[in-house]
Design a protein around this ligand. Structure first.
Ligand SMILES: Cc1cc2nc3c(=O)[nH]c(=O)nc-3n(C[C@H](O)[C@H](O)[C@H](O)COP(=O)(O)O)c2cc1C
Length: 222
């Protein structure tokens, strides 16, 4: 059994998305103590900016690639290997400037340069269970002044669900800046409720997936 955890927050101390991802990871480890958890931390260890070489490498026959193109293609292949080897996947992604952290977009761009990720009409990970935990400083729900301004989560869902075919569940914490932004002081109680809901969702999704994987493993043996 193998899990892939991907983090994208640039902070560790106080990170809401990492704390929510910890809930999922701990539940998976509790239910599958022998499982390996592969950790790709895009926030702390950004990928090198090799997308141009990876793309050129993908278009160039193997023997004619430059060293840079070969290295970039190898990195893209490693990222796809990590995805394909995972029985379940966990993505912890904050909202930055109304969109995805650039490292997550770069990671997606690299994956798509690999021959296995190139055809966006052929799902890379059909039916594979996954959890997305998202953290946003503000509020983007229906009726709020910035409803529709979260361009990160919808894009990520488009890629993870519609392109890669993942069976995705989400746990989302909004208003995370209420504790630090004085202008949001009146939203602190609501922020606490959001966080409690997100924590409960994260645990429920993790338990559901862990249980399903266990059942599948038994079914395969018998
Ligand atoms: C560079 C940067 C840009 C951000 N942009 C937004 C934004 O556009 N909208 C928003 O609601 N919060 C924004 N935030 C706040 C984060 O979404 C919020 O702090 C979230 O909890 C970050 O995830 P983390 O707690 O896992 O670090 C931004 C934070 C940073 C560091």
């Amino acid at each position: 059994m193998r899990f892939l955890r991907l983090d994208a927050s640039i902070r560790v101390e106080g990170s809401v998305s990492r704390a929510l991802a910890d809930i999922v990871e701990q539940e998976w480890r509790r239910r599958h103590p022998d499982a390996e958890v592969v950790h790709r931390d895009l926030g702390r260890e950004p990928l090198p900016p090799v997308w141009t070489d990876a793309l050129a490498g993908a278009m160039t026959p193997d023997g004619s690639r430059t060293d840079d193109q070969r290295r970039a293609a190898a990195l893209a292949a490693k990222l796809v290997d990590e995805l394909l080897a995972a029985d379940a996947l966990l993505f912890a992604v904050p909202l930055y400037n109304f969109g995805l952290p650039q490292q997550v977009k770069h990671w997606i761009d690299l994956v798509i340069t690999d021959p296995r990720g190139f055809d966006v009409d052929r799902p890379l990970l059909p039916g594979r269970p996954a959890v997305l935990v998202a953290a946003r400083g503000g509020g983007y729900g229906p009726g709020t002044p910035r409803a529709g301004w979260d361009h990160g989560t919808p894009y990520l869902r488009r890629m993870l669900v519609d392109v890669w075919g993942l069976d995705l569940r989400t746990a989302e914490a909004e208003l995370t800046a209420a504790g630090t932004n004085p202008a949001m002081a009146h939203l602190e109680e609501l922020a606490r409720e959001h966080l409690a809901g997100a924590r409960a969702d994260a645990l429920r999704h993790a338990a559901d997936i862990a249980g399903r994987l266990g059942t599948d493993a038994v079914a395969q043996v018998t």
